[in-house]
Structures are given as C-alpha cells and as structure tokens.
Design a protein around this ligand. Sequence first.
Ligand code: ASP
Length: 295
Amino acid sequence: MTKRVIADIRAAMSQAIAAGEEVLSNGGTATDAVEATIHILEDSPHFNAGKGAVFTHDGTNSLDASFMTGHDRQAGAVAGVTNIKNPISLARALHDHSEHVMLSGQGAEDFALSRGMDTISADWFYTEGRYQSLQRVLEREAEGHSSTGAILNAPDRKYGTVGCVALDQQGNIAAGTSTGGMTNKRYDRIGDSPVIGAGTFADNASCGVSCTGHGEYFIRWAVAHDVHARMTYGGASLEEAANAVIHEVLPEVGGSGGLIALDQAGNISMPFNTPGMYRGYKRAGEEEYIEFYGE
Ligand code: ASP
C-alpha cells in the first residue's frame, strides 16, 4: 500500500470512530453509534463493504450485513443485497421494525422499499481495485487453483469486512458487521457476516462481537457466539475467550481471521491470526487507537 492509501484508510477509520464517539458522548445509544460508524466505513472505497465491496464471480457486488443489541438480543441481518447503499441501515431497520431476523436478496430489497429506504444503482459499488482483484483471482482459477485456494492464496487478498461494537452510557452493547463477502464468490454464497452467532453477536451479560475472516470457518465454529459462550458458561474473561477462539480453535482447523469484542466493563479485545487487521477504538476522554499490523 502506498503511504497515501494508508493515510486515507487511517483517516476514514478516524472519522468513523469519531462519528460513533459523538453519538455516545452526547448520551446516544450504542445502536446509533454502531450504525453511524459503519456508515462511514461502508461509504469509503477502502473497505470491503458498501462502496469498495469485493466482486462476485459474475462481476457483481452482493452485500451482507447484520446488527444485534445486547440488552434485548434483538437482531437484524440481510444477505445478498445489490442496490442498498448502506446495508447496515437495512439490517438495523430489520432489527427495529420486523418480526424476522434475516432476509435475503429481492425480499430484503422489498423490505427496504417498504421502509422508504432509497435504493442505488449497482454501479455505485464499483471500484477499479476490487475489479482487478477479481480478474487476478479468475486468472489463478484458470491456472487450476481451486476457487477458495485462488482467493486465499491471491497476493492481494485481505479481509476487509467492517464492524463496530459500542457500549453506551446506559450500559448497553450493540454490534454490527457489513461486508461484500469474499472475492469470486458464486452461487449466491453467503458468509458469516450476516449470520447472528457467527459474524456478529451481542449480549449485555457477556459482550458484543464482530468478526472478519474466512466465513465458512466462522460459521462452522460459531465464532461470535463461542466468545459469548466461553464467558457465560466457562467464566472466561473477554480477552481469554476471544484469544482462545482466534488463536487456538481456528488455527487448528485452518480458519483465518479476527474479531473485535467489547464487554460491559469496557474491556476491549481485538485478536487476529492474520498478519494484520485494521482496527481501532476510542474510550471516553482518551486518545483514539488505530493500528493495522501486529498485536
Ligand atoms: N467474513 C467475510 C465472509 O466470509 C469476509 C471478510 O471478513 O472479509 O464473507
């Protein structure tokens, strides 16, 4: 990455953190803070969510997002949407206004229209860099690599799903995740990001979690819920639970990725088993923290 791109990514993350912090410092809800934060990341071309989402095998963009609140375990999730600018807002609308937890494809878009949300042309999601990534993966596939192998071994592969977990002044936790999924996905493949318990989870009694990584593993190992379960049933601290899943459970089976997690006491854990994970946080009255590599 050029210095310029690194500076742009850092600026977008800083802006996103500031948007969430503004909500919280004014006494707003964790729910609003998560949505405001993720909006900014979705609108930036530098992350694999909203504008900047990776491309499917067919050269389209198909977006997934989920949202959960920890005081009531309400949740909303959407998968495979193609014309919603901010999928996290659609997930939140579902969380707020529907008896259902998860909608997909056309149905999710119909729900958006029923809520008066705007749709956007699919061109909005196009970025040249992501399109070229797809071309490189397709070339590797043509050389005989498996679809997954072509993605995982591509030199420019990185997970860029965005997520946010927030704790508000009332002691409530909310978590959200938004993604374009994995480059070259096909057959309407859906990863962990919109799956409650896999890519996102929140319970005030334990923690809020948002994940990024190779979704098939995060689904099968119910990663976000596993962090909650280790705390709830095993008495683990947030740090112990998050580290056990990311550094013990997943590496043993070949699952790469990381997560961000936050508990009601304000403890933060952001482990990853990849070379880097863009991450940051801000506690009231303290400097923001943003880091890309190393733990
Ligand atoms: N977890 C996402 C998925 O499998 C990908 C990512 O985190 O970038 O769809």
